[in-house]
Design a protein around this ligand. Structure first.
Ligand SMILES: Nc1ncnc2c1ncn2[C@@H]1O[C@H](COP(=O)(O)OP(=O)(O)OP(=O)(O)O)[C@@H](O)[C@H]1O
Length: 556
């Protein structure tokens, strides 16, 4: 019995008892209990594959538990579909957005809750509600923008607005801050606190302990499908939570893992970058005056110039939605440049001579897309098929003519071992892997190709603390082998930890660039101002390259 009930108080908003769920050989949830007090922010943490998404998917009616009971406000309920969850006042903001990319923001928000037979009236009302919600919570978004044209950060706003508009009283957020800048994350947390004041109950899944400490009231820890601990946030520490999560003492963790786990500022000594490496040289990829407009004629990239050099990581920082995604699309051959030119070796790419992804891959360019579900994997294919996507004509797939299942399985098993993808099951469909493990497989596939140029978007989004260190290590290793890397991340800490140079994008332009000499507070605040479009980066005189062959480009 709930202590609240004994005390004659209100029952918890959510009570899960004895929830179990098995997928084939994997016991994703084992006898899980969870109580979430009404009007509280409750964190759920755990390593990749610990069972967090499965648990909240059961609450949201995506999966039916094999055993266990769900109570909402003290009443036992059967939630067998999302519609049933919504009817219980449960809203979900997904790790991977469930929006229709060809619909506008307004249409997406209306979808599934059209408000009766008079669509036009429903649309007018929804528009008004949407604008009210946007203003009230600072979630500005153009109702007429097509969702597919929006950057992931803006798509997330639509997801939140959609749930709020349906009157969610229990809101589940699965890794909501992965695409946000620190500033946007702060604003999201203000929104969550505001919702809490209104009595909304919030379940927050995140890998970031500093977020747990900043915004939650209670936190529950999962490990290998089981619920291993519940804590009041005020009476725990990031160290204790990290230990509960990984099942070993924090003291045994390497420094960078600790930094990622505890969210401590990585300032001062001990930066993970190998600063003593020889200076990088030739430009492997050059971009000059790149411009691109979307299907609605809106300019997304203006006069972008940059150089990716061998053996160097160029970090591209910026608030989501400022052209980074579009730049990745154009550089990876998904979109054609409308003005300007890209040079890779002897190959000149422009509007009249475009190059598609396959040709670029043949030129040694690999791409880890920001949105792994839309661009990185085919969820209905097995892991071993996904492990050669784009490289299916290579030796890993067979003899070059027919795909050999044995070769695919063997290749995939090796990748899974090296990148610690769990479960190590090459024949499992991609949809059967947790988000972080899908990400590891995409990275494994692209890194294994030993590219000369790597474009990598949000590499550690949704990835647990142990895997972050590993992925960062692999990216640095690739750089040290001479690969030219463009790292797009909304995590400023990630850019400061990995990049040799940083360029900042704002409103489709590169507004400044500087070499990073270490992680210092000055870098951070200067880049923050640049991201907000307030200042230009000042290149410190000492760090300015004496005779850069690329002077006049993004390094100017
Ligand atoms: N549809 C499915 N089919 C088969 N196995 C699945 C399915 N969904 C999840 N699993 C497995 O269940 C386990 C728990 O996955 P889940 O997505 O709940 O973990 P998670 O804690 O949310 O991880 P992450 O932090 O990586 O998102 C994993 O081993 C995963 O491979």
């Amino acid at each position: 019995m709930n202590p609240d009930d004994r005390a004659g108080g209100t029952p918890p908003a959510v009570r899960l008892s004895g929830i179990s769920k098995r997928f084939g050989a994997v016991q994703a949830n084992r006898d899980v209990d969870l109580e979430v007090a009404r009007g509280s922010i409750h964190g759920i943490i755990g390593e990749n594959g610990a069972g967090k998404s499965t648990l909240v998917s059961i609450l949201y009616g995506f999966y039916e538990a094999d055993a266990g009971r769900i109570e909402i406000d003290g009443h036992v309920v059967a939630i067998r579909s999302s519609a049933a969850a919504i009817a219980q006042g449960i809203g979900m903001v997904h790790q991977h957005f469930m929006l229709v990319p060809t619909f506008t923001v307004l249409e997406n928000v209306m979808l599934g809750a059209e408000g009766g037979p008079l669509l036009a009236r429903g649309a007018a009302e929804t528009r008004a509600e949407l604008l009210d919600l946007s203003t009230a919570y600072g979630l500005e978004v153009d109702p007429d923008a097509k969702v597919g044209d929006l950057a992931v950060g803006l798509q997330q706003r639509v997801e939140i607005l959609k749930a709020l508009r349906r009157g969610a009283r229990i809101l589940i957020l699965d890794e909501p801050t992965g695409v946000l800048t620190p500033d946007e994350t702060g604003r999201l947390f203000d929104i969550l606190r505001g919702l809490r004041r209104e009595g909304v109950t919030i379940l927050l899944i995140t890998h970031k302990l500093r977020e747990i400490m900043a915004v939650t009231d209670r936190v529950s820890v999962m490990r290998q499908g089981e619920m291993v601990a519940h804590r009041e946030t005020a009476s725990t520490t990031p160290e204790e939570l990290a230990e509960l999560m990984v099942g070993r003492r924090v003291a045994a963790m390497p420094r960078r893992e600790l930094v990622a786990a505890l969210g401590v500022d990585a300032g001062g000594g001990g930066t993970p970058r190998a600063r003593s490496r020889p200076q990088p040289n030739a430009g492997a990829l050059e971009v000059r005056g790149l411009g691109w407009r979307d299907a609605r004629g809106i300019t997304r990239l203006s006069d972008v110039s940059l150089t990716l050099r061998e053996g160097e990581i160029l970090g591209l920082a910026g608030v989501a939605g400022n052209g980074q995604s579009e730049l990745l699309d154009v550089l990876s051959g998904i979109a054609t440049p409308q003005s300007g030119v890209i040079r890779i070796g002897e190959r000149i790419i422009n509007r009249d001579r475009p190059a598609g992804p396959a040709e670029l891959r043949a030129l040694g360019l690999a791409h880890v897309p920001e949105d792994r579900h839309r661009r990185g994997v085919v969820l209905g294919f097995t892991a071993q098929e996904n492990a050669v996507l784009g490289y299916q004509h290579g030796p890993a797939a067979g003899d070059g003519r027919l795909l050999s299942p044995a070769a695919l399985a063997c290749h995939c098993a090796a990748l899974m071992k090296r990148f610690d993808v769990r479960p190590a099951a090459p024949g499992l469909r991609m949809s059967g892997f947790s988000g972080g493990n899908q990400q590891k497989l995409v990275l494994a596939r692209e890194i294994e190709a030993e590219p000369r140029i790597l474009l990598v978007g949000q590499p550690t989004r949704g990835v647990d603390i142990g895997a972050i260190e590993f992925i960062h290590g692999e990216i640095l290793k690739l750089r040290d082998q001479g690969c030219a890397i463009l790292l797009v991340s909304v995590e400023l800490d990630e850019i400061l930890a990995l990049a040799d140079r940083v360029a900042v994008m704002n409103a489709g332009r590169i507004v400044g660039e500087r070499r990073l000499s270490g992680i210092d507070a000055e870098d951070r605040s200067e880049i923050g101002l640049m991201m907000a479009g307030i200042a230009r980066i000042r290149e410190p005189a000492a760090a300015r390259p004496a005779a850069s062959p690329e002077a006049g480009s993004a390094e100017a």
